[in-house]
Design a protein around this ligand. Structure first.
Ligand code: NAD
Length: 424
């Protein structure tokens, strides 16, 4: 009788995966039936056509989405992804994870996500600007500092956030930096935002290694993805003294058992845009990278890369999920049965990004700006608190760390919905 009528709108492997995680967590905390569907399914979404003039004079119509999963606990928050394989189901799953993440770390936000089906690597700056501005133009009545606050995700960056902020500001007639986060500093971006997600991942990796009695200086690390999150994680872990022995991007992976010079890799990528032909080690495949014998494995690119096939072959001691949804439900089961790999689940592991986005939004609303040290110190305090609450939940109920994190996040959202009533 209480069942929701589910359309096929979000149907996809990744949305099914997020729903399964929800069901498991809801069962674990005996979430009342009448709260389940309205906590689980996205609140609303918008799909838009984005006609863009190309540099050669032709017109291409791109498709874009924004899914707002939960608006019960504050404005919704979440990145915008530019990628050729974006689907509305993927965006919905990512929006759902944003809800649990914001709730877990105690931010006054619901979850959202956006996406545009495009390949930003094959577009000029001018084309990207027109696409970003058009996307924001179509979203003007759907987003806003008190409604939904976008940020960067895969394929988007500070410049794109700057164009979106400018488009929104021109529309409302005054500068409105709080409409997006992850902006350039000169437009009201926060000190420390660019490195926040990676700095948070590295901080948590170090903390969990300490719990495992492994000095970070003795740790070897493999990282899949060398974009914003992967490269900043690599730089921060190298600073802590860890040895980064493999890195990768969509062109392939580089392996060097003596350790990769991350500064050199960053310089190379700045110029070459990709890691391909970087001479800091030998070329291997992304699949090989995931199965290397390392202390820490960090997927920092796409979802669903740890699967049934490779989960039995992983040789790491700690799996730090910097990407969203990198481990499939069945791979998760295999890892749990193995019992020899500690996991920092995505909703905790990469939460540094949204935490500092929250700081940026606060600074924008108050027109009062903090130093980088203040930002990072506040970030680490919030991560310590989130880690402690997850580990306490894990110990109290005997849950896996993922289940502990998800149950905390989901319970708070469900409670807000219970108290507020049916409308939010
Ligand atoms: P990005 O676009 O800056 O970088 C993505 C990287 O992944 C690039 O190096 C790209 O080459 C690589 N990549 C793409 N396809 C790949 C493949 N098939 N194999 C190996 N590498 C591949 O994106 P990002 O912002 O670093 O985001 C990475 C992940 O982190 C995503 O899952 C994202 O949702 C998550 N995340 C990002 C943030 C943030 O603040 N940017 C915050 C939280 C979570």
């Amino acid at each position: 009788m209480s069942k929701v009528i589910v359309s096929a709108l979000y149907k996809s492997d990744v949305f099914t995966m997020a729903c399964r995680q929800f069901d498991q967590a809801a069962d674990a905390i005996n979430l009342p039936e009448d709260l389940r569907d309205r906590t689980k399914y996205p609140r609303r979404c918008l799909a838009v056509a984005l006609p863009i003039k190309r540099d050669d004079g032709s017109i291409t119509v791109f498709e874009g989405y924004r899914v707002q999963h939960n608006l019960s606990t504050g404005p919704s928050k979440g990145g915008i992804r530019f990628h050729e394989h974006v689907t509305i189901g993927e965006v919905a799953a990512l929006a759902m994870w944003m809800s649990w993440k914001c709730s877990l770390v105690g931010l006054p936000y619901g979850g959202a996500k956006g996406g545009v089906i495009c390949n930003p690597r094959q577009m000029s700056q001018g084309e990207l600007e027109r696409l970003s501005r058009r996307y924001m133009q179509e979203m003007i009545n759907f987003v806003g500092p008190q409604i939904d606050v976008p940020a960067p995700d895969m394929g988007t960056n500070e410049q794109i956030m700057g164009w979106m902020m400018d488009t929104y500001s021109n529309h409302v007639g005054h500068v409105e930096p709080a409409v997006v986060t992850g902006k350039p500093i000169s437009l009201g971006g926060s000190e420390g935002r660019r490195e926040a997600t990676g700095a948070g991942v590295a901080y948590l990796v170090k903390a969990y290694l300490e719990d495992m009695k492994i000095p970070v200086k003795n740790a070897t690390v493999a990282i899949q993805g060398f974009g914003n999150v992967g490269s900043e994680t690599a730089a921060a872990l190298a600073n802590y003294g860890a040895k980064i022995i493999a890195i990768s991007d969509y062109t392939g992976a580089i392996y060097n058992e003596r350790g990769i010079d991350i500064r050199k890799a960053l310089e190379y990528v700045k110029y070459a845009k990709v890691l391909k032909d970087f001479d800091g080690g030998q070329a291997i495949s992304n699949e090989q990278l995931l199965e290397l014998k390392v202390t820490v494995l960090i997927p920092a690119a796409l979802e669903r890369v740890i699967t049934n096939d490779n989960a039995p072959k992983l040789q790491c001691r700690l799996l730090a999920e910097a990407a969203n949804g990198p481990t499939t439900n069945s791979a998760d089961k295999i890892l749990e049965q193995r019992g020899d790999i500690e996991i920092i689940p995505d909703v905790l592991c990469n939460s540094g990004g949204v935490i500092v986005s929250y700081f940026e939004w606060l600074q924008n609303l108050q027109h009062y700006y903090w130093t980088r040290d203040e930002v990072l110190q506040k970030l680490f305090t919030m991560l310590d608190r989130a880690k402690a609450s997850v580990d306490a939940q894990k110990a109290k109920f005997g849950f896996s760390r993922r289940l502990a994190a998800l149950t905390l996040g989901i319970a708070r959202v469900a409670d807000a919905k219970r108290i507020r009533g049916l409308f939010p």
